[in-house]
Ligand binder design. Structure first.
Ligand code: 5AD
Ligand code: SF4
Length: 441
C-alpha cells in the first residue's frame, strides 16, 4: 500500500529548504509525493510568521481542509514552521482547528518521524514544540527538489533583534554548523551533479562567531578549493557585518556569483536606528562602493520596508534616494507588519494602511523601473544560463544567469542541469529571451 504526502510551504528560502527536510523524513517512512492535496495521507503545513499575510494565508488553508478531514478522518494534518513557535500559537491552533493531528516547531523538525509514531498509537493530537534550540544536523535527510541548485544551511537562528522582526524569537540564537560538515556536504552534492549551491543563514556574515573555528570568508575559501564549474551563492548578508574580507573572497573566486543580497530595509538614519539595524545609510553606501571597487560587475539586490512606525514622507524619500544610489538590480519590497512580541509592535506612531499602500506602490514602481533598465541593457549580449527547468506553457527551457535573471530559450534536446550560452534578443521587466549560441562548451 502506497502512502502519500503533501507539503504546503509559506515564506522564505529557509522554509523551502526545511520542507525538503520534512519530505526527507516522510520518505524515510515510506511516503511518496501525492499528485494532489486531496489524495494525501498526510498534509503538512510549513508555516511562516514573519508577516501577518503569510500567517493569515496559512490559517486560511488549514481551515479549508476541515471538510476533507471530515470525509477522510484517516488523513493526518500536521502544522510546523515558525508560526507554531510563537508564544501561545500552538494553543491557538488547537482551539481554532481541533482536527489538526500534529503540531511541531522549528527546533524539533528532526523528530517529526517520532511524532508520527506517537500519533499512530493515539487518538489525541500530538503537540510538541521545543522552546530551546536543539535540532540535530538535519541536512543529510533532505529530499532535494530544486536540481540543479541545492540549498545548504550553514547556520540557524539570529542574534540581531531588528526591532520589527519575529525571527530571533521563533528561530532562537545563532548556531553555526561545523565547517567540515558543510564542506563535505557541498562536495557530495557537486559529486552528485548539482551545479549551484546556495548557502543559507539569517545572517551568513556572522557564520562561525559562536564556534570560533572558521569565519564566513574562510568557509567560502574552503568550499572554493574544489575545482570545476559550479556556482556558489549565499543569503542573507546583514550589512552591519559585511566587510572587506568577504568582498575579497567574492572577487577572488570565479565560482562565487557576483551577486550580493544586502537588505537595507530603509534609507533614513532615524528609521534605521529605530529598527536597530546598526548602520547608517552612508555606511551602507560605503559598503556598496567597496563591493563595486573589488567586483566592478557585481549586482546588488535588497529587502526594503515601508511604513515602519513613525516613518514620515521625508524618511520615505530617503529610502527612494538610497534605492537609486545603490542601483539595486531588484529588491523584495515589504509593507511593515506589526508582529506581537517585537519592540516595534509597541512603538507609538504606527502608520495607517492607506499611507503604507501608497508608499509601497511608489517604491515598487521605482524598483521595477531600475530592473527594466538593467534588463534592457542585456539586449544583444551573450549570457551564460544554468538551465533549471522546462516551461510547458511556453515550450521553452529556462534558467538563471549569475545575477539570478531568468533566461528563456528553445532547444531540441533536454538542457536541464547544463550551462548554456544565450544571445539575448528580447528582454522584459525581469526576464530575458534568447537563442543558444553555436559555440560548444
Ligand atoms: N514586516 C515587514 N517585513 C518584515 N521583514 C522582516 N520582518 C518584517 C515585518 N515585521 C522583512 C525584512 C527582511 C525580510 C526577510 O522580511 O525586509 O529582510
Ligand atoms: Fe530578522 Fe534582523 Fe535577524 Fe534578519 S537580521 S532575521 S531582519 S532580526
Amino acid at each position: 500500500m502506497h502512502k502519500y504526502y503533501w507539503i504546503t510551504t509559506y515564506g522564505c528560502q529557509m522554509n523551502v529548504h526545511e520542507s525538503e527536510k520534512i519530505a526527507g523524513i516522510l520518505r524515510a517512512r515510506g511516503y511518496e509525493q501525492a499528485e494532489r492535496e486531496e489524495d494525501a495521507d498526510i498534509v503538512v503545513f510549513n508555516t511562516c510568521c514573519i508577516r501577518e499575510n503569510a500567517e493569515n494565508h496559512a490559517y486560511g488553508n488549514i481551515g479549508a481542509l476541515k471538510k476533507l478531514k471530515k470525509s477522510r478522518p484517516s488523513m493526518l494534518i500536521a502544522v510546523g514552521g515558525c508560526m507554531t513557535q510563537q508564544a501561545g500559537a500552538a494553543e491557538k491552533l488547537r482551539k481554532k482547528f481541533p482536527f489538526v493531528d500534529i503540531v511541531f516547531g522549528t527546533h524539533n523538525l528532526s523528530v517529526l518521524g517520532e511524532l508520527l509514531d506517537k500519533k499512530a498509537g493515539s487518538k489525541k493530537a500530538v503537540v510538541d514544540i521545543w522552546d530551546k534550540e536543539g535540532e540535530a544536523d538535519t541536512e543529510d535527510i533532505s529530499f532535494r527538489t530544486s536540481y540543479p541548485n541545492a540549498w545548504v544551511n550553514i547556520m540557524y537562528g539570529c542574534n540581531n533583534f531588528c526591532s520589527y522582526c519575529i525571527v530571533p524569537y521563533v528561530r532562537g540564537r545563532e548556531r553555526s554548523r561545523e565547517s567540515g560538515a558543510i564542506v563535505r556536504e557541498v562536495n557530495a552534492l557537486l559529486d552528485e551533479g548539482y551545479k549551484e549551491i546556495t548557502l543559507l543563514g539569517q545572517n551568513v556574515n556572522s557564520y562561525g562567531n559562536d564556534r570560533g573555528e572558521c569565519s564566513f570568508p574562510q568557509l567560502l575559501h574552503k568550499i572554493c578549493e574544489r575545482d570545476g564549474k559550479y556556482r556558489l551563492r549565499f543569503m542573507t548578508s546583514n550589512p552591519k557585518d559585511f566587510g572587506e574580507e568577504l568582498v575579497r573572497a567574492i572577487a577572488e573566486h570565479e565560482q562565487i556569483c557576483n551577486l550580493v543580497h544586502l537588505p537595507v530595509q530603509a534609507g533614513s538614519d532615524r528609521i534605521l536606528r529605530l529598527m536597530n539595524r546598526k548602520y547608517t545609510a552612508k555606511e551602507y553606501l560605503q559598503k556598496v562602493e567597496l563591493l563595486r571597487k573589488y567586483v566592478p560587475d557585481c549586482q546588488l539586490t535588497s529587502d526594503i520596508m515601508v511604513g515602519f512606525p513613525t516613518e514620515t514622507e521625508e524618511d520615505f524619500q530617503a529610502t527612494l534616494e538610497l534605492v537609486k544610489e545603490a542601483r539595486f538590480a531588484t529588491a523584495f519590497t515589504f509593507v511593515y507588519s506589526r508582529r506581537s512580541g517585537t519592540v516595534a509592535a509597541d512603538m507609538e506612531g504606527q502608520i495607517p494602511e492607506e499611507v503604507q499602500k501608497e508608499r509601497i506602490m511608489r517604491l515598487v514602481e521605482l524598483v521595477n523601473a531600475q530592473t527594466r533598465e538593467l534588463s534592457a541593457a542585456y539586449r544583444g549580449k551573450t549570457v551564460e544560463i544554468l538551465c533549471e527547468d522546462f516551461d510547458q506553457k511556453r515550450g521553452l527551457y529556462l534558467g538563471r544567469d549569475e545575477y539570478g535573471r531568468m533566461g528563456y530559450f528553445r532547444s531540441d534536446t533536454d538542457r536541464i542541469g547544463e550551462f548554456v550560452k544565450l544571445n539575448i534578443s528580447q528582454t522584459s521587466g525581469v526576464s530575458l529571451e534568447g537563442e543558444l549560441t553555436q559555440e560548444k562548451e
